[in-house]
Ligand binder design. Structure first.
Ligand code: PLP
Length: 405
């Protein structure tokens, strides 16, 4: 089916702005994505017509806000095909969702010496929460290695599963390498060992259809701002039996059934994990963002982005001295690279001067950089609103800088 990228671009107001006198080329979508006019309007609409704190009031505004908030929970459920809205917990983002699982899971399921297995390509947000639990609970952190191409060594991963492994926590897509990990296969292997699996889907949900029932994962996390929704909102999907079994993460309003000074009983899931006033305005607009993606179709998005990735890979590889970091067979629309003799920071700054936004540095994956023996990379990450012309602008910009050096 025809994919009219120019029509799509017109839905995103920021894409028509200039940076340093040049039309913006926004290639930092793995860090955060841009928002449609409708998402922005939704935020204003809720504040101007339906702003009342959720779940607490009998008055009309509170009920209107609650309806929008709960409608978004259903939209998220449908988007990832969860079995029930009770399995959708709203958080501040992927980071908070993983911290929630690390805290509630380790405190109730782990003892001294028990193990959590991660991979060498995790974002800091799927490393540090487990390290905090290592300090608190005495758990051990095991790390599955990767190949030089940036693919998970599945045989090694399986060998690292022991009788003490309590959880496997793995990223679906690497934010640095673009590698798509075989998470379905990982879940199957984990099941054979009776080990639950958490999938960090921050970089996959924006680009491909993620079906939690098909994956059969226990936990899955992602952030609204990377899926064209507002900042400050995220999702923890967890199988209902886990949410019922785990203790709360934070205490406060909403998460209780009844409180006395002597004792508190907790609300049912998912509310048990949603202490305090949530960002119900952002969550309402998040639903709008997901509806937009559904209307375009994730399969079409994936196909278009794959073509863009192939084109970008070809264009970049033609530049003398440019080396791509992350050459897995299965890749999402992320290209990390280095150019011989030019520091990534300098290259990124010069590209910004041409209106081209790419990210430089360790991308919150310092241990991965150590594994690869580098300090950082430049990263161009593509969304379905990017074009081949923008890839050309990136490649031509780098070529000009290479000549300058
Ligand atoms: N996991 C991965 C793979 C990411 O790429 C990111 C953000 O870049 C995160 C987790 C953390 O997401 P957030 O900062 O939205 O919590």
């Amino acid at each position: 089916m025809f994919f009219d990228v120019h029509k799509i671009r017109a839905d995103f107001p920021i894409l028509s702005r200039e940076v340093h006198g040049h039309p913006l080329v926004y290639l930092d979508n793995a860090a955060t994505t841009q928002k449609t006019r409708r998402v922005l309007e939704k935020i204003t609409e809720v504040y101007t017509t339906a702003n009342g704190n959720v779940h607490r009031g009998v008055h009309s505004l509170s009920q209107a806000a609650t309806n929008l908030f709960e409608a978004s929970r259903e939209t998220v459920r449908r988007f990832i095909n969860a079995a029930s809205i009770n399995e959708i917990v709203f958080t501040k983002g992927t980071t908070e969702a993983i911290n929630l699982v690390a805290s509630s899971f380790c405190s109730s399921q782990c003892g001294e010496g028990d193990e959590v297995l991660i991979t060498a390509m995790e974002h800091h947000s799927n490393i540090v929460p487990w390290q905090l639990q290592r300090e608190r609970m005495g758990i051990q952190l095991k790390v599955a290695p990767i190949s030089p191409a940036g693919e998970l060594l599945m045989g090694e991963l399986e060998k690292l599963i022991s009788g003490k492994t309590k959880l496997i926590a793995v990223t679906h897509v690497s934010n640095v390498l673009g590698t798509i990990n075989p998470v379905g296969e990982i879940v199957k292997i984990a099941r054979q060992h009776g080990v639950p699996v958490l999938i960090d889907a921050a970089q996959s949900v924006p680009h491909t259809r993620v079906d939690v029932q098909a994956l059969d994962c226990d936990f899955l996390t992602f952030s609204a701002h990377k899926v064209y929704g507002p900042t400050g909102v995220g999702v923890l999907y967890a199988k209902e039996e886990w949410l019922n079994a785990l203790p709360p993460y934070q205490g406060g309003g909403e998460m209780i059934e009844s409180v006395t000074f002597e004792e508190t009983t907790y609300n049912r899931s998912p509310f048990k994990f949603e202490a305090g006033t949530p960002d119900y305005v952002g969550i309402a607009a998040f639903g709008t963002a997901l509806d937009y993606l559904t209307a375009i179709g994730l399969e079409r998005i994936e196909r278009y982005e794959k073509e863009l990735l192939d084109y970008a890979t070809e264009r970049l590889l033609a530049i003398p001295g440019l080396r791509i970091i992350g050459t897995a067979k299965e890749k999402s629309s992320v290209v990390s690279f280095l150019v011989e003799g030019i520091h990534p920071y300098d290259l990124g700054t010069l590209l910004d001067g041409m209106g081209i936004a790419v990210r430089t540095g360790h991308h919150c994956a310092e241990p991965l950089m150590h594994t690869l023996g580098i300090d950082g990379t430049l990263r161009a990450s593509f969304a379905f609103y990017n074009t081949r012309e923008e890839v050309d602008r990136l490649a031509e910009g780098i070529e000009r800088i290479v000549k300058m050096f």
